[in-house]
Design a binder for this molecule. Structure first.
Ligand code: G3P
Ligand code: MG
Length: 252
């Protein structure tokens, strides 16, 4: 079958939204990314204890909210009391911890493309992939402009089992020896990897297989400029203006 892939995917991708200048994984960070000129955002999706899918990176509330404790210890009814902005700056006080549905509604309205990264936090695979597929079904734009990734490859396999046509990208810190076979088995459109694992041979091999290569997290354009015109397909950055303000990157 043809590998499912997003029809359009911008190359400079705002990591957790414009997280260099706004609290990560919030609606404010997505709006700021759009106003900075970024055309794509990456964000993390975790489940609350009641199964609600939310935009959140960590297993606990400690780092990025005004509360402490496990994300799995709260449910949707607790979200109204959570401030996911003050930890970053008083300017963002009261910023909500978004549900996945709220994020998809906003990102769709902004016309951005998106990389949804599933964070299972060690839970058995299944419920997270199910929640993601259900949410994507409620937001038609995602069919054209979204790819789902995860470091948790079992969760990606669950997702593929639930949907043959959702675009999928496999995340690695360091690719395993059999990464090409795994991407083929999963019918993945892309490999996402840490910038230190990027090399020309990998880009070449991915290209031969018809797959894209994107790297995280790159905040200094000089770190990847050698790969810009050598087949690198995208990068995740906390600081989109550092790229978009340079002609070579803006027209990449
Ligand atoms: O999806 C790319 C990147 O976000 C992976 O690492 O820890 O920032 O979610 P992390
Ligand atoms: Mg992420």
């Amino acid at each position: 079958p043809d590998t499912p892939r997003p029809a359009r995917f911008a190359r400079v991708i705002a990591h957790r939204g414009a997280s260099g200048a706004a609290p990560e994984n919030t609606l404010a960070a997505f709006r700021l990314a759009a106003s900075q000129g970024a055309r794509a955002v990456e964000f993390d999706v975790s489940l609350l204890g009641d199964g609600t899918a939310v935009i959140f990176h960590d297993e606990t509330l400690d780092r990025c909210t005004n509360r402490t404790g496990a994300l799995s210890a709260i449910g949707r009814h607790n979200l109204a009391n959570i401030d996911a902005g003050s930890w970053f700056s008083p300017e963002f006080a009261g910023e909500p911890l978004p549900t996945l549905d709220a994020a998809l509604e906003l990102i769709g309205a902004l016309g951005l493309s998106a990389n949804l990264e599933m964070k299972a936090h060690g839970a058995a695979p299944g419920p997270l992939a199910r929640a993601v597929v259900d949410a994507l079904d409620r937001h038609a734009w995602t069919r054209q402009r979204l790819t789902v990734s995860s470091f948790d490859h079992d969760e990606l396999q669950e997702l593929r089992g639930l949907s043959a046509d959702v675009p999928v990208a496999v995340l690695y810190e360091e690719p395993t020896r059999d990464w090409r076979g795994f991407l083929a088995d999963l019918d993945a459109e892309a490999i996402h990897l840490h910038h230190t694992a990027l090399d020309g041979a990998l880009i070449h091999a991915a290209g031969d297989d018809g797959r894209s290569v994107r790297v995280y997290t790159v905040n200094d354009p000089a770190m990847v400029s050698a790969f810009r015109d050598a087949g690198l397909e995208g990068l995740f950055t906390d600081h989109p203006p550092r790229f978009l303000s340079q002609r070579d990157w803006a027209s990449w």
